[in-house]
Design a protein around this ligand. Structure first.
Ligand code: NZQ
Ligand code: ZN
Length: 386
């Protein structure tokens, strides 16, 4: 296992009525001017908005609403939120939504405190923000685990890059599985696949021998697979939903990454696909993963073979390691079909004239991936995904 330092700053309030139980005390600790940030309005249809507004009013807060945060949030939207935060002298941001709202606010919280252009500061000058507006997250869509970390995935439309900016950690995250019960089933499935992908991408990193993080990781993967099946069987199964919400958070709270350098090559490729097509994140990953893994196979036999046996329940008796490794990719691909995820870009509605060469050329090559991909081979992967 590699050396590591582990500190975890986010307080998690998990379970039924978590907002009601925890928000009043949390709101006492923060200033009067609160920004309530949310997306396209699902929280107004399912009662979450009314409940939170009631708690904010009871705490005597002045509320500024920052709404319309889109899926795959843009850098322009971040700037809009930062201006609003400055104008209204915001003391605290309450981000309510899925990964998109939660990520957008991480950068709003930093951008509101500096005149520097954060994209330039972080990606060109390799600096980082030092001051933040404190924040809390209320998760309404699980999958990304974005509430658990301080990385934000933001689309810079001008530069055609969907990349990571570092922002603040949330002071607390409220995870009430009941809040996720109104998610469209397609988003439940793509969120769960995103969570599975985070586990796989972490598992496939360095060192390649199993360590404790990987053994916990295998349990998370089994849990996601089992509970997604249970959820498809009974969408009202709150027990299964609760497991998925926490498994997704486990994927991104750093625990599985302890002592490892992660892979995340599939994510880097999908993010750039998103920069060019604004596609759904989990669906993009579902198409890319099996194809990318077939390219990685020669370099990844021991890890893939372990996943076949320890996660997918393939019987190892009489099978060579290479056969097991192939069985893992076959099991993953058939699960993707079973849960109704797309298997080609065409099924996702991605236009046929997408500039895949530009997508491949702008993709980051990751340090933890067992295969050193070239841009040409990534282009081949994308072409096989069409
Ligand atoms: O905008 P509203 O109206 O709220 O609707 C949203 C949105 O359309 C809807 N939704 C959310 N909660 C709901 C609900 N609909 C009904 N009932 C509810 N309770 O769900 C749709 C998708 O939401 P979004 O936040 O876009 O999805 P997701 O959570 O998958 O987030 C995707 C973003 O997170 C990034 C992705 O790249 C993408 O930009 N990621 C962030 C990560 C991180 N920070 O750690 C890691 C991931 O790998 C990922 O890259
Ligand atoms: Zn992801």
């Amino acid at each position: 296992m590699n050396s590591f330092t582990y500190r975890y700053p986010v307080t998690v309030y998990f379970g039924e009525k978590a907002a009601r139980k925890s928000l009043p005390a949390e709101l006492e600790k923060v200033g009067k001017n609160v920004m309530l940030a949310y997306g396209g309005g699902s929280i107004k249809k399912n009662g979450v908005y009314d409940e939170l507004m009631g708690l904010l009013a009871a705490a005597g807060k002045n509320v500024t609403e920052f709404s319309g945060i889109m899926s795959n949030p843009t850098y322009a939207k971040v700037q809009e939120g930062a201006s609003l935060a400055r104008e209204n002298e915001i003391d605290f941001i309450l981000a309510v939504g899925g990964g998109s709202v939660i990520d957008c606010c991480k950068v709003v919280s930093a951008q509101a405190k500096t005149d520097s252009d954060l994209w330039e500061l972080e990606t060109v000058q390799h600096g980082g923000p030092t001051e933040f507006i404190p924040m809390g997250a209320v998760v309404t869509a699980f999958g990304t685990g974005a509430e658990m970390n301080n990385g934000a995935v933001i689309t810079n439309e001008e530069k055609k890059i969907k990349g990571a900016l570092w922002g603040a950690f949330y002071d607390f995250a409220i995870l009430d599985p009941a809040y996720t019960m109104t998610m469209p089933m397609s988003q439940v499935v793509s969120g769960a696949f995103d969570a599975l992908s985070h586990c796989m991408e972490t598992y496939m990193g360095v060192p390649r021998e199993t360590n404790l993080s990987d053994e916990i990781n295998e349990a998370c993967q089994r849990n996601i697979i089992r509970n997604l099946r249970a959820t498809l069987n009974d969408p009202q199964d709150i027990g299964a939903r609760s497991e998925l919400v926490w498994a997704a958070a486990m994927g991104e709270n750093g625990m599985l990454k302890i002592g490892k350098v992660t892979d995340f090559q599939a994510h880097m490729l999908e993010h750039q696909l998103g920069a060019y097509t604004n596609c759904n994140h989990g669906q993009g990953l579902a198409v890319i993963h099996p194809v990318l893994y077939r390219h990685m196979l020669p370099e990844a036999v021991p890890q893939f073979a372990r996943l076949a046996v320890n996660v997918w329940g393939v019987d190892p008796a009489g099978k060579a390691e290479a056969e097991l490794a192939n069985a893992f990719i076959d099991a993953l691909a058939s699960f993707i079909k079973e849960v109704g995820l797309p298997t080609t870009f065409a099924e996702m509605g991605i236009p046929t004239d997408t500039d895949y060469k530009a997508v491949a050329d702008s993709t980051v090559l990751t340090a933890g991936c067992c295969k050193k991909f070239t841009k040409d081979e990534l282009l081949a992967v994308l072409n096989e995904c069409r």
